[in-house]
Design a protein around this ligand. Structure first.
Ligand SMILES: *[C@@H]1O[C@H](CO)[C@@H](O)[C@H](O)[C@H]1NC(C)=O
Ligand SMILES: *[C@@H]1O[C@H](CO)[C@@H](O)[C@H](O)[C@H]1NC(C)=O
Ligand SMILES: *[C@@H]1O[C@H](CO)[C@@H](O)[C@H](O)[C@H]1NC(C)=O
Ligand SMILES: *[C@@H]1O[C@H](CO)[C@@H](O)[C@H](O)[C@H]1NC(C)=O
Length: 245
């Protein structure tokens, strides 16, 4: 009998033993830039679609987007044609002169923006950071507290001390300031979160059709199976964006 657990195991083993080296982004620089001076042309990589998600931890629409939509990219063969870049910060603001960060959903949002920025920095590989962030966002939907991320570290056998050190040091704040700058440089500026760009172009509310947008942007051949399935997964339309307050 093919139980759901069976499929789950397949999913996990695909994730942990990817045959597509492209899921291992561990040595890509986190800002997506590659070495200067010489160009290695891997045809496959030349066609990769850059997908960026600008978001904030406690916005319900961002939680839904990560938990229900982004999984369909990371856990299907779409992951092999995508460079995924996550930028936790969203509609937060920086108060002058002391550079205090004010978050839309309060201090807990600031806390988790930093925890997730730390995770992305510590574990640049999508196959490590995505399951963690997916876990955190899933659990935050049900339980809004500061312990959630530690339970996710435990589940994926990730060292929580690395996150703690990042959070408690100046580095966590630096990462948030970097994300603030990157979000501020968006052109056109973001209007709400989740704000999704595909090859630098915003999808606006069409982020619910993420799969379709990625498949259309991909100029390589053949297209991934997920693009051909007919079910271009017309994701649900219930994701409400968070407008800046
Ligand atoms: C990443 O690069 C560093 C230094 O260039 C190397 O030591 C390390 O093994 C690489 N990691 C992976 C996963 O390839
Ligand atoms: C930062 O400045 C604001 C406005 O001047 C003030 O309300 C706030 O208490 C300051 N925060 C810190 C941590 O000093
Ligand atoms: C994706 O981003 C990389 C690194 O910034 C860039 O070199 C490449 O041209 C981008 N690809 C597309 C299709 O925009
Ligand atoms: C998603 O795509 C479908 C089919 O192309 C379209 O009818 C729908 O309006 C799109 N959704 C959004 C929010 O743009």
């Amino acid at each position: 009998m093919a139980s759901p657990a069976f499929f789950f195991c397949i999913l996990i083993s695909l994730l942990l033993h990817p045959s597509h080296s492209s899921l291992d982004l561990s040595n890509d620089s986190s800002d997506g830039r590659h070495g200067h001076g010489h160009h290695h042309h891997h045809h496959h990589d030349d066609y990769k679609v850059n997908v960026s998600l600008y978001y904030e931890a406690l916005c319900p629409g961002c939680e839904d987007f990560i938990v229900e939509d982004l999984v369909k990219v990371v856990y299907t063969d779409l992951h092999s044609i995508v460079n995924l870049h996550l930028v936790p910060y969203g509609n937060a603001q920086i108060q002058t002169p002391n550079k205090t960060v004010i978050c839309q959903h309060g201090p807990l949002e600031c806390y988790y923006n930093t925890i997730e920025a730390c995770a992305l920095d510590i574990w640049p590989s999508l196959k490590v950071n995505f399951p963690f962030i997916h876990c955190v966002e899933t659990r935050l939907q049900h339980k809004k507290d500061k312990t959630v991320w530690e339970s996710c570290c435990k589940d994926f056998k990730l060292n929580p001390k690395l996150i703690q050190n990042c959070y408690n040091s100046a580095h966590g704040k630096q990462l948030i300031m970097r994300n603030a700058e990157e979000t501020g440089r968006l052109s056109p500026a973001h209007q709400y979160v989740p704000w999704v760009t595909v090859n630098s172009r915003p999808l606006y509310l069409d982020y619910t059709n993420l799969t379709k947008n990625i498949c259309n942007a991909y100029k390589g051949h053949p297209k991934p199976r997920a693009c051909k399935m007919g079910t271009i997964i017309p994701n649900h339309n219930t994701i409400k964006p968070c407008l800046p307050s």
